[in-house]
Write a protein that binds this ligand. Sequence first.
Ligand code: SF4
Length: 454
Amino acid sequence: MMSDPKTTFKEGCALAFDEEHWQKINYSTGCCEQNFAKGKVNYRNLELEKQRAYTLRNKSLLGLEKLLVDFETHFNENGGKVLWARNADDALTMIYDLIRKEKANAISRSNSTVLDEIELNGFLGKKNIRVVETQVARFVLQKGQRRAYHPVAPSIHLSKEENNAILTESFKLKPDSSAKQMVNFVRHQVGIETQDVPICITGANFLLSDTGGVVLTENEGNILKSTSMARVHIVVAGIAKVIPNIDDLSVLLPLTSLHATGQSMAAFNSITFGPAKKGNGPEQMYVILLDNNRSELLSHEKQRKVMSCLHCGACVSVCPVYKNVGGYTYGTHHIGPVGTVMTPLMEGLEDFNYLNSACALCGKCVEICPVKIPLDDLIIENRHLAITEKTGNSRYDALLKTMIWNCKSRKKMDSPLFIKKLQLKRFFAPLWGDKALPEFASKSFSQQWRERNL
Ligand code: SF4
């Protein structure tokens, strides 16, 4: 995990007052919303389709145990190998063992939140293994030593000029290159850098239980290209990615594309059933099924619904908190509303309880979610859990109790102004951050009422 997430969150909230950041994020997320609005006209009854997706995903979650075991049987029968990882360390050890077996000194990887969750790049960096990002946005971010800011559009926070500056610093590229020139350049560069890389590591959008298939959806074709060039394809997938069969894809894939980019379907959709039998494609294929406290999350009867997430990123793009504080402020790899629900339950309520305050309960995420996850209700559930488990901020709780006590008493509400100001400064200011404190009216409500009604 990144350095002290609580401090990251506290400091990052200052971004809410950064006009330039606000404009950049609101412009980019506004484009996402417009694309979605254009794309959804292709559906006669989007609500019905979402209801279908909700039913399919929840049915899969209920039968997860059998689906996973069946997936393992069928994938192994296809010539691949399923490995079970309890946590990130297990997954990284398995990956490193495979890298050593291949005597590789470089790997290529796809845009995947689960690979960020296990902190793949940092781990391999320490082992002197070169990591080549194959997605255009991620490639640029890596050269600029930055992390993803959004699950689907990782460099949503960078302007064209900022992308250009990163690329001109790393390569001989014209400083005033157009967006098209930059994309073409990066695609060419990715091709060069992945040429002799023997191992490709990807996430998975879905795993098909009845056939052992691995479903990947993308727009750049980089996953298809790098997996077909590699000798070994390693897939890391959270255990909740498994679905019964290919039929469910007719509902889930178009909904994922629509909510991610507004497209009817992503440009490249592939299903790989194991290593290549002959010709092009990897000689070996592994699927690492990652738990990493997902079982713990599944044990929460209400919050487990979040595991049906398609990782389309739509809830992130509409979230007013994200639009104000951006992707790094969360201090987590799963950002936005979905990360706000998942992370405290997967990584510990004590350390990530602060995320409970990263929600305005506006319900926009619930409205847009293609699998109808009641994210706002689940955040309330997490808040409830934090109170019952007493992992909340005791100072904040005490302050709220005092405020309620004060507000219930007319006499206290009518206290002299200097006493109210003193209380605000003494008890409220330490929790309020660097912002200016709210101003009290010079006269109390009762005083004003009396004066106006005389
Ligand atoms: S919670 Fe819903 S909207 Fe958000 S990423 Fe997951 S599927 Fe998409």
